[in-house]
Structures are given as C-alpha cells and as structure tokens.
Write a protein that binds this ligand. Structure first.
Ligand SMILES: [Zn+2]
Length: 405
C-alpha cells in the first residue's frame, strides 16, 4: 500500500441534518469553492452541448464533468499539453472533474477486454489494439489538469450474477488504486478519488470501503451503480457505504441525476452526483420542473405562452435583467427543427438541477430537510401519495422520514 498522499482540497462540514444522514459542506478545490451537496453536469466533448462557458457559469455551475476518453482521443494528449490543459482549452475558469476513461471504453466499445494490466480495446479510429492502464489514465488526467481525477476501476454491472467475477473486479479496483496513487504526478494540485466497488453485495462493499479508506484519498466515490439495479438495492448500497466512510471527506455517487434519486441519496449521506440525463433529455424536448418532467413537443404546448417553468430563475425563463422569458410555445415550435430549442432547455434543466441542490443545501443548514423532502415529493406527484415510489418511501424510513405520515 502506498503512503498517504497530499490533498488539494479542503472539506468544511457546515451542517448535519438532525434526522437523516444529510450533510451540507463547502468543498474548496483548486479552482474555487463549491457548495455541497452538488449536482455536476456532464460536458462530454469539453463543452456542455450547445452552451458557452459563460452560459454554464450563469447556471451557477462551479464544477462540471469532462470525459477523459473523449478528450484523450480528441484533441489528444499532445494538444492538451501544448494548450495547458482542459480549463484553458474550454475557457472554463471553474472546477472540472474527469472520469478515468475506463467506463466509457467498456460501455462504448464492445471489444473492450479487462486484464490485470488494464483495459484492452480496439481504437475506434483505425482498429489498432490499445491498452488503457491505471498509469495511462492518470497521466491523461494529469495532462487534462482536472481538479478531481478518478482512479481507473474494474466496473461490472451490479446485476451481474457472477459473484467470483464481482469479487475479482472489486479486489482489482483496490490494486489499481495503488497503481493510480503511485502514478499520480500532481497530488498537490489535483485530487484523486477512489471508487468503491462490490456490486449489490453489502459485505463486499463493506470490505471494499475498508480497503479504500485505508488508502486515504482526498475524496471517495461509490461506483458501479445506476446500471439497472432495483432502486431499493441502490439505496442499500449507498447507505451501507456512507455509514462506513469518514465524515470529513466528500462522498460522490457516480451516474445519478433524477431529482428523486438525488434528494434520497443526500438523505442517505451522499454529497456529489453527476449524470448526462438533464442535458440529454433536453434534446428530446423534456423540461425538468418542480412538478415533474414535461415534454414540450406535445401539441398542447403549441399555444402555451407561459414560461417553461413559472418562477424559475434561469436565463431562459427569467423575465428580469438578462432574462429571455422564453415561452413553452416557442420551445414547442423550435423543438422539431432548431437546435436552439435544445440549447435553451439545456440551460433550464441544468439550472433546475442546481437550484434543486441549492434548496436541498439550504434546508439542511436550516435543519428542515425532512419537511423539504415531504414538500418535494408532494410537488413531484401533485400531492398524490399513492404515486410516491415505494423504494423512496422505504429508503427515507430508514433515516427517520415518513413520507406517508
Ligand atoms: Zn428555467
């Protein structure tokens, strides 16, 4: 096991919910402070589809995700080295988190093959065999210069019935973390996060937590979830891990973005989340609102001259200074043929997710998170408790909140 590494972050716990396991914190990263809990939008190709860095900044975003796999392919390590990293390349002065590139390869490339050495795959450009090792992943992320970098892990879908393979993936992820720690060239300017694996097996997750905690990385992620497992299983894994994790480190649950998943995961003690869903769904004409999602392609919006969401503070909905006061009818009109409709909805959806997390954070600080949760579910389902998802009701009961009461 390598000796513990320096940290390039500061984690200040501001408040703890007196009922649930929710926390509010300030996470100070090399490119400024971010307020936790946080949702991080995903900028796949070094940009959030259709948004300028200025527009992304205006949503309140201070930490976004970049995909190492995409940046590594194009512009590639040499260009990134020359320009001085991803912040400069994108004109983004706030924080960036990069994934290891492994998950993208396994999910995008059918021929990816995992061995102890690393992830073997065929180049999507010319079909030549390539190998992503823990060392190569870290070298790429060091070049990108992201504020948070992720270890290369051996990811298996949580629903895999192969217990032996699940154990191998979990143990290999620990060994790969050691290789990542040793390869990390910039521990005083970039924060390496480990990733807890172990599928839906709570004992294996517990074992992995202990191994990962011993490596003392600046932050800790819970990985492999959001891959089609039952939401109740998801909640059990998150809750088991957060109960074991050190209090003074950020906890990141990877691949989570539905509003209900976010508020429940926060109640279970998680701080950070990311997902492509809010931006992807915008391209299908879907707007995230307090009362659930609405599809603006629907004919009923053709003559609806109200803003996308009443009272929303995003540039798209706002009526005051700098606001565009965009109507549902306008998005409906654009949705079928113009990309600008998708851009406007992307702005709204990212704002909406960040505003939700601001509300979550303020409620935790005021120690009113249980009533926030009740109001949230009531709004989402317009007061109809019979529509509340069972998994959410059950998960919140484990942390002392009864939505049905
Ligand atoms: Zn809006």
């Amino acid at each position: 096991m390598p000796k513990s590494m320096p940290s390039a972050l500061k984690f200040d716990l501001i408040a703890r919910c007196s009922t649930t396991k929710a926390r509010a914190a300030v996470l100070t990263l090399p490119h400024g402070p971010v307020l936790l809990p946080i949702f991080m939008p995903v900028a796949t190709q070094g940009s959030l589809k259709g948004l300028t860095p200025q527009q992304l900044e205006d949503t309140g975003c201070r930490l976004c995700l970049n995909n190492t796999y995409h940046l590594g392919l194009k512009p590639g390590q040499e260009v990134l080295d020359t320009v001085g990293g991803a912040h400069k390349l994108q004109g983004w002065k706030h924080n960036i988190l990069t994934d290891s590139g492994g998950f993208q390869m396994v999910s995008l490339l059918k021929l990816a093959n995992i061995t102890e050495e690393g992830v073997r795959f065929l180049s999507p450009h010319d079909g030549s065999p390539m190998l992503l090792t823990p060392e190569h992943s870290i070298a790429l992320q060091n070049t990108i210069g992201s504020d948070i970098i992720m270890q290369l892990d051996d990811v298996l879908v949580t629903t895999s019935p192969d217990t032996k393979r699940m154990r191998e993936a979990m143990e290999r992820s620990v060994r790969w973390l050691d290789r990542c720690v040793n390869a990390h060239a910039n521990p005083t300017t970039q924060n390496l996060f480990c990733i807890i694996q172990g599928g839906l097996d709570l004992e294996m997750r517990t074992e992995c937590c202990k191994e990962m905690i011993a490596r003392d990385t600046p932050g800790i992620a819970i990985g492999g979830l959001s891959g089609g497992e039952a939401k109740s299983d998801f909640c059990r894994v998150v809750s088991t891990c957060t109960s074991l994790l050190p209090e003074k480190k950020p906890r990141y649950v990877m691949g989570i973005g539905y509003p209900e998943d976010l508020v429940v995961s926060v109640a279970l003690g998680a701080d950070m989340f990311d997902c492509v869903w809010p931006t992807r769904t915008a391209r299908f004409g879907n707007a995230i609102t307090k009362y659930g999602m609405i599809n603006l392609r629907h004919a009923k919006y053709a003559n609806d001259f109200g803003t996308v969401e009443d009272g929303c503070g995003c540039m798209c909905c706002r009526t005051g200074e700098g606001g565009l006061n965009i109507t549902k009818a306008f998005i409906h009109h654009l949705a079928a043929k113009e990309t600008v409709g998708a851009h406007l909805l992307t702005i709204h959806n990212v704002w909406s997710q960040l505003a939700l997390m601001r509300g979550v954070r303020n409620a935790i600080i005021d120690d009113k998170y249980p009533s926030f949760l009740k109001q949230f579910f009531s709004d989402q389902h317009r007061g109809d408790k019979s529509k509340y998802p069972d998994w959410a009701v059950e998960a919140l009961l484990t942390v002392g909140v009864d939505l049905m009461a």
